[in-house]
Ligand binder design. Structure first.
Ligand code: SF4
Ligand code: SF4
Length: 395
């Protein structure tokens, strides 16, 4: 299997054969029909659900509007079934160059009754797939569990510890541990060799300069490597809840309430607040990032994988890519991809070998003589694995 590490497409097929032998037919059937076998990666990666629901009821949380409960239930798939579900997913590829996996999303992955499933999933992913994983949390776990996490996830596991406010958390995150306790977890994680980041998500409008200073000070003191800012996802209910907690988002943002009626709107609090956080973070020697996937990339970089580059191609977007970031993905991702035998990977994805390739800067032009069956998936796979833009040209 080791020899296939340079060809994640072929490796995926071989791994599926292995897993199919290890699971019973019924277990495989469940894995194949599970959402993890169909979901497409979003910005932070493909979301992994070790549980569903959350009792924390943070005011800005969107999961209740999606129909999830205030009771957290561990996810039903076993670790090996999750691996199978991912291998059935046409958007997923294994190895560290493959799909980024983001734990949480519709639960809190370190809740006491969810943590065992989070650990089980991490263990299975590390053992079979080797993908970069990221956990975002606002829970506090004890030393024993930090040790377990280090054993199963390894120190390149990217951990984001959420701190949105030091003064208003009692209103916004009333059931979550105190932010200073979360920062103690950051110190523990750092001592264990992890590369923890503070996650200011959602970045709330109206965060005062003094509070930004305090968060940055505390982040530095805790041993965090840096700060990542994240979107605020709004729905009519979230707007109402935030207003009732004293944060009238409509005052700060141009929120189209009409649009909100038909679902969610992701709002990025740009401008002054973000600039201030960036300035303060950099002045303290912290890394500042605008995307969770970038923190995953940087965690790997800091763990010694110097060739990493962000698979969402954030580095091609000047508004997203942070110029002081140590990863410098744009420099590394130019020219022909070096991480694989790239012709082998192209052939596997296209399913034939009548093509020609030219790479210019960060774009790979693939000339084809016949149409592809699923151009979108092929483009997605090649772009993700090569960290290049893909353009198909029909001759
Ligand atoms: S802890 Fe996370 S999942 Fe739970 S309510 Fe808060 S934001 Fe939502
Ligand atoms: S160099 Fe840019 S794209 Fe790469 S991890 Fe850093 S911020 Fe993200």
């Amino acid at each position: 299997m080791i020899t296939l590490i340079n060809n994640p497409v072929q490796l995926k097929r071989e791994l599926l054969k292995v897993v199919q032998k290890e699971l019973k037919d019924e277990e495989l059937k469940v894995a194949k029909s599970d959402w993890h076998s169909r979901r497409k990666p979003i910005g932070c990666g493909l979301t992994i659900h070790p549980g569903i629901g959350c009792p924390m009821q943070c005011s800005y949380c969107y999961i209740y509007d999606m129909g999830f409960s205030v009771h957290a239930t561990p996810y039903s798939l076993s670790g090996l079934q999750l691996v199978a579900a991912l291998l059935f997913n046409k958007y997923f590829y294994p190895t560290r160059w493959g799909t980024y996996l983001a734990f949480g999303s519709v639960t809190e992955p370190f809740l006491p009754n969810i943590l065992p499933k989070t650990l089980e999933y991490l263990k299975a992913i590390v053992e079979y797939l080797g993908n970069p994983c990221q956990v975002s949390t606002k829970m506090v776990i004890n030393d024993e569990n930090v040790d377990k996490l280090a054993r199963v996830g390894g120190s390149k596991l990217s951990i984001l510890v959420t701190v949105t406010s030091l003064s208003q958390y009692v209103y916004l995150e009333r059931r979550a541990p105190h932010p200073l306790k979360r920062l103690e977890l950051v110190s523990k994680l750092r001592r264990k060799g992890f590369k923890p980041f503070i996650f200011i998500r959602p970045l709330l409008p109206g965060l005062r300069a003094e509070e930004v200073d305090e968060i940055v000070e505390q982040a530095k003191a805790s041993g965090a490597y840096g700060i990542v800012v994240g979107n605020l996802r709004l729905s009519p209910n979230i707007v109402k809840r935030l207003i009732s907690e004293g944060i009238d988002v409509t005052k700060y943002l141009r929120v189209d309430l009409g649009k909100l009626k038909s679902g969610f709107v992701d709002v990025r609090v740009d401008g002054d607040t973000q600039t201030l956080i960036r300035e303060r973070a950099l002045s303290k020697g912290l890394i500042f990032l605008r995307r969770a996937c970038c923190a995953n990339t940087v965690s790997q970089l800091l763990s010694g994988y110097n060739d990493v580059a962000c698979p969402s191609l954030c580095f091609l977007n000047e508004k997203v890519c942070e110029k002081s970031c140590p990863s410098q993905c744009k420099v590394k991702a130019g020219g022909e991809p070096k991480q694989f035998n790239f012709h082998e990977v192209i052939r596997e994805v296209l399913g034939f070998d009548e093509y020609e390739v030219e790479v210019e800067g960060h774009t790979m032009y693939i000339k084809l003589k016949k149409p592809l069956r699923d151009e979108k998936s092929a483009s997605f796979a090649l772009s993700y694995l090569f960290r290049r833009r893909i353009r198909f040209i029909y001759e």
